[in-house]
Design a binder for this molecule. Structure first.
Ligand code: 5AD
Length: 391
């Protein structure tokens, strides 16, 4: 299965390129390749991430062409006359972004963390969690497998805040991962601007870093060692550096109100986010917030729908936390409430269960091949194409 459709280059204007997909035109930035009009490329998040030979592209396009039409029609049929909040949001998604739905892989490469966030199961004070650190070679082996065998074109590298990984190690990771022709997203928490600049210069083009809550009082309580303004300033600096920013928040933290969640949506959008990433707070038994409650699925779906209506052009991911809240139906419900992206956890199985930021994570024990089948079937049934074809 392939998570991108080859696009044909029809115009080059410096770094900006126009690509064509079955008559539709999309824009993408080219920062990595020598290209010429008529050549074929893959784009992810608006960046050209891989060149592909015409002889390879044409048969793929032939397959996609038919699938594309069928999926589009199915999506159109499923969007009814909008009456409810979710239907309105879903119609907005279709109108603005069509049926493309990006599927990112995520590798959680270490659960060591220097922080002690009150909500998080891998906080440093939790002595019960089995800690692990993957070597760069191990991370790259998992990446290569995800790219060559499973077809991923966008991978998120996530860890707790773990200074064991020096800038040099992360640069090594970014360079080698980028060389595989993927969009590299780093999710390694608060590191210095210089450190992020080096990763950018090595080929990373996207970061995932949530601000967790826009309510400063709540932030101070749940992230006692962090500073809200510093975190927001880092996010803005990364955006200004040229990174695509994926950010967001937790829903239903103790002390948070529904109004706060509206403010969270607003702030996520105002940060000129590429992708909204938010999910329910799920209490972990080995944290100080163990006795608190998680929010309802409805609250999460309302948040997706409101985010879609307020910021129609953004990508909105149905996070694993949302899927955990409602294991049977969370992904589908999220996609039908305005979301257009999913994550597939490609962390090697032996480590996956240790990345326990919250308990009983969805898909922890599901084989990646089965998860992919599930995602493809779900997207297929909803008329969504598992592709990211630029902007
Ligand atoms: N419930 C839900 N999400 C959590 N995260 C951390 N702990 C929890 C929890 N108990 C989220 C945070 C963090 C991301 C990696 O995981 O929002 O940014």
């Amino acid at each position: 299965m392939c998570y991108a459709i080859p696009g044909k280059i029809i115009l080059i204007d410096g770094k900006f390129v126009t690509l064509e997909y079955f008559g539709e035109k999309r824009k993408a930035r080219n920062e990595f390749y020598d290209i010429a009009i008529g050549e074929y490329v893959y784009a992810q998040g608006g960046f050209i991430v891989q060149k592909i030979e015409e002889s390879e592209a044409l048969p793929l396009l032939e397959i996609w062409k038919e699938v594309f039409v069928v999926l589009k029609e199915r999506d159109l049929r499923l969007v009814s006359e909008p009456k409810t909040l979710y239907q309105t949001a879903n119609a907005k998604r279709q109108q603005v972004l069509g049926n493309s739905c990006c599927v990112h892989g995520i590798i959680e490469f270490s659960n060591y963390c220097v922080n002690d966030c009150l909500y998080c199961g891998i906080r440093k004070s939790n002595s019960k969690v089995k800690r692990y650190r993957m070597s760069i070679e191990e991370i790259l082996a998992a990446t290569k497998d995800a790219v060559s065998r499973l077809g991923f074109k966008a991978i998120v590298f996530q860890s707790g805040e773990c200074p064991y990984y020096t800038d040099e190690m992360l640069i090594d990771l970014v360079k080698s991962a980028r060389a595989l022709g993927i969009l590299v997203t780093m999710s390694v928490g608060e590191r210095s601007i210089e450190s992020y600049k080096k990763m950018y210069d090595s080929g990373a083009r996207s970061v995932l870093i949530r601000f967790e809550t826009s309510n400063k009082k709540v932030f101070g309580k749940i992230k006692p060692e962090s500073d809200f303004d510093k975190r927001i300033n880092l996010i803005k600096a990364l955006r200004d550096m040229g990174y695509l920013v994926m950010t967001g928040f937790l829903i239903g933290l103790p002390g948070q109100t529904e109004q706060d969640t509206m403010e969270d949506i607003k702030l996520t959008g105002e940060l000129q986010t590429e992708m909204f990433s938010f999910g329910p707070f799920l209490p972990h038994p080995e944290t100080p917030l163990k006795a608190e409650k998680s929010p309802s699925l409805e609250m999460c779906l309302n948040t997706i729908a409101r985010a879609r209506i307020m910021f129609p052009e953004s990508k909105i991911v149905v996070t694993t936390a949302i899927e955990t809240l409602e294991k049977n139906n969370g992904a589908k419900a999220g996609l039908m409430a305005g979301a257009n992206s999913l994550m597939v956890n490609i962390t090697p199985e032996k480590y996956r269960c240790c990345y326990e930021i919250y308990p009983e994570r969805a898909c922890n024990d599901v084989k990646v091949e089965d998860r992919i089948k599930y995602v493809i079937n779900l997207l297929n049934s909803l008329g969504r194409a598992p592709t990211d074809i630029g902007i």
